[in-house]
Design a protein around this ligand. Structure first.
Ligand SMILES: *Cc1c(COP(=O)(O)O)cnc(C)c1O
Length: 389
């Protein structure tokens, strides 16, 4: 044994952790095993037996070829995604306009890896999704936020002014927004895309570029009638990327599949930063099988939207300490409501009654995901007891 490896000479390990990661806890909502899980905006309805049968068959077929690397460019999946988007939103994009990864979180990390970096700025509008600053941090991109109005909306003028002021290389817009449920108007998205085209972002080689505008439509399928998708603006803006996920409406959070639609040149820039074969053959098979059953998988979306609207109405009719509850209008499968002097106590009271919701958003607010009718009854009963509504 050499002295270098003798245990008594080893000093307590200091790892070369990057300063921006020192003391940071990994992101994630508490995973607690209770009967009613309404904290991470999952779809409460598991895939049906017909979907499961196709998935099992197609995963078995993929398994027989797992000695080989998967199709690096997942062409068949891109075609299926293009067909799905055409059906869902009426917008037809070519397969080369699609990109996919292990959840839309990875899609957005690819965007920051491709278009962010040292000396560059990523911009969003708070309150919004708490993962965005993490993509910026992990790609050494400067992170700035503008503010949404008190009702969580964002006007075209305010949004465009912030883009002009900050000259970001990436703008992240969640619509419907998490945790507020607020959808942006097409006018606001267009104003941000226009401002991004006007404001020159200086490049390291002396040229200038336009910012990439990302509209994160993770909850797009839950939008209310009359709320358009930003996909409709793709044709007008070469700097726009619209991101979607199979985690929410598709009831496939466990499969980890997200994707985006954008101009082919933008997608090509993402191909540079992805790891080789990042989308496993199993993931591709699962995603394609699920897309073949999109009708069944999305069947519960209408029921969830109706339950969402009913939950908003029920909360609005309640009073807490003499004042009506505040409830943000929602185009998503969750509702932000408040305000409570001690929101953590309300959260804990619900948890003690077997109902897990989320402490997120501005001080005093809580977020509840929409579950089955029985789960929502459990939530309402518990809330009445805990908050004395
Ligand atoms: C849930 C969510 C996503 C989706 O994440 P996946 O990685 O696709 O599971 C993306 N954006 C927002 C704002 C979300 O709330």
């Amino acid at each position: 044994m050499t002295s270098a490896s003798s245990p008594q000479l080893r000093r307590p390990g200091v790892l070369p952790v990057r300063p921006e990661h020192a003391g940071i806890e990994p992101y994630g909502a508490p995973q607690i095993d209770v009967p009613v899980l309404l904290n991470v905006n999952e779809n409460p309805y598991p895939p049906g037996e017909a979907v499961v049968a196709t998935l099992a068959r197609d995963v078995a077929a993929a398994a027989r070829g797992l000695n080989r690397y998967p199709d690096r460019d997942f062409l068949a999946l891109r075609e299926d995604l293009a067909d799905y988007l055409a059906t869902e939103s009426g917008v037809r994009v070519a397969p080369q306009q699609l990109w996919a990864a292990n959840g839309s979180n990875e899609v957005m990390l690819h965007l920051l890896q491709a278009f962010g970096g040292p000396g560059r700025t990523a911009l969003s509008f708070a309150p919004t999704y708490s993962m965005y600053p993490e993509y910026a941090r992990d790609t050494s991109t400067r992170w700035v936020t503008g503010r949404r109005a008190d009702d969580f909306t964002l006007s075209p003028e305010a949004a465009a002014a912030t883009v002009r002021e900050q000259a970001p290389s990436v703008v992240l817009l969640a619509s419907p927004n998490n945790p507020t449920g607020t959808a942006l108007t097409p006018e606001t998205v267009a104003a941000v895309c226009e401002a991004a085209l006007e404001v020159p972002v200086p490049l390291e080689d002396g040229r200038t570029a336009s910012a990439v505008v990302v509209v994160d439509e993770a909850y797009g399928e839950f939008r209310r009638a009359g709320t358009p998708s930003a996909l409709e603006l793709l044709e007008s803006y070469p700097n726009l990327a619209v991101s979607r996920t199979m985690s929410k409406a598709f009831a496939l959070a466990g499969a980890r599949v997200g994707y985006l639609a954008a101009a082919p040149a933008l997608v090509d820039a993402l191909r540079v930063v992805r790891l080789p074969y990042h989308l496993s053959a199993v993931t591709q098979a699962v995603a394609r099988a699920a897309l073949a059953h999109s009708g069944e998988l999305l069947a519960q979306v209408d029921a969830l939207r109706a339950e969402r609207d009913a939950t908003v109405a029920w909360l609005r009719a309640r009073r807490h300490r003499g004042a009506p509850l505040e409830v943000a209008p929602s185009d998503a499968n969750f509702v932000l409501f408040g305000r409570f002097e001690d929101r953590r106590a309300v959260w804990q009271g619900l948890l003690d009654r077997g109902v897990l919701i989320r402490v997120v958003g501005p001080e005093g607010w809580l977020r509840v995901s929409i579950g089955t009718p029985q789960e929502m009854v459990a939530f309402k009963d518990a809330l009445v007891e805990v908050a004395g509504l």
